[in-house]
Write a new protein. Structure first.
Length: 194
């Protein structure tokens, strides 16, 4: 567990810290709802190796260890196992949401899209390491909400295999559904802001 100021100053995070974040036990006495990371198996990286801030820009790098028995290889596809490309795109969104939290954003993070995704490689069961690099192009805050825009690169065993351009994540106030599975105000989806 760490204090909120220490959390904001993080320049790398271990797997234990990422799991604590996903379970909402990483930060002692946060000033509000820190955007969450997904828990495994949807958490798409094992460690954050670099976090840099430079004004409203930055850089994040993360690593994912590949395991022969990973859940996605068991079903995608049984006769032709490959990590789904959409999980790498989700990893980019997860990292951007994490970046917002480390900049002090409070609320619930949501992926808002991206412009282009170009695949020119794949991740197979006998690969060893996936590296995600996200160049944060702009972070901004307005009316209690936050928005981040970045470009991502995905490498497997040091080879660039796809890129994601203009990925966007927002952090919004009063959107969380903390009382799941009970039916309440935020238990129904649809358009975020009507």
């Amino acid at each position: 567990m760490m204090g909120y100021a220490e959390f904001l100053d993080s320049n790398q995070l271990s797997k234990v810290q990422l799991l604590a974040w996903a379970n909402q036990t990483l930060v002692k006495s946060p000033p509000g709802n820190i955007p969450s990371l997904p828990a495994p198996p949807m958490l798409m990286f094992d460690r954050i190796t670099k976090i840099e801030h430079n004004g409203n820009k930055g850089l994040i790098t993360a690593e994912q260890d590949i395991h022969l028995d990973a859940w996605f290889f068991m079903c995608h596809f049984r006769n032709d196992p490959v990590q789904p490309g959409c999980l790498g795109v989700d990893a980019i969104w997860q990292l951007l949401g994490m970046y917002c939290a480390l900049r002090g954003a409070l609320g619930s993070g949501r992926a808002l899209g991206c412009k282009e995704v170009d695949f020119f490689g794949q991740i197979r069961p006998y690969n060893k390491l996936v590296t995600y690099e996200v160049e944060v192009r702009r972070y901004s805050e307005a009316q209690g909400n936050s928005l981040v825009l970045g470009n991502g690169k995905v490498f497997v065993d040091s080879e660039l295999i796809y890129t994601v351009s203009d990925a966007r994540v927002g952090v919004f106030q009063n959107l969380g559904y903390e009382d799941y599975p009970h039916k309440s105000t935020n238990s129904i989806g649809g358009v975020i802001k009507r």
